[in-house]
Design a binder for this molecule. Sequence first.
Ligand SMILES: [Zn+2]
Length: 187
Amino acid sequence: MTKTILHPTLGEITLSRTRRAVRIALSVRPNGSVRLSFPSWVTQGRALRFLEEKHDWVAENRRKMAEKYPSAATPLSQPSKELRDEAKVVIPQMVARLADLHGFKFGAVRIKNTRSRWGSCTAKNDINLSISLMHLPSHLAEYIVLHELCHTVHKNHSARFHALLDRVTGGRDKSLSRELRSYRPGI
Ligand SMILES: [Zn+2]
């Protein structure tokens, strides 16, 4: 069994459940793709918990791969001009509206043609967001925007970061994260 999930902070993860695997294993390839393989006797839930435990390791290794192999990142098929034009209006508006509502300060907003991750926040509080947000239901796109806005306050995924994200999502951090994780984009 092989399938792809979209993790809220790690982006696209390939899950591979095989009889041959002897243990749960994670790998990050030069193009940034992440593979989580696990034996058939391990449940998907257990494997995903393992992924959460290794979250920072994955993020760090992906960053290293991007530095070492800058040209390896696989570009998406080019989105249509209409979608790009629409994204350039819709996404920055969403960021500005949510920042205003919750009192976040941010720098520039950039739209990236990437599927490996939904978004990121730089040290200068510039926010990068994937054009793939355009394919999400608005409450999930907003959840990703709020996640990045919370990084303007906390540059990590600490308990304080999640407490803030939970507050700005009206106590729905965990449930939205679950929903996003199981969301299958129709693209
Ligand atoms: Zn994050």
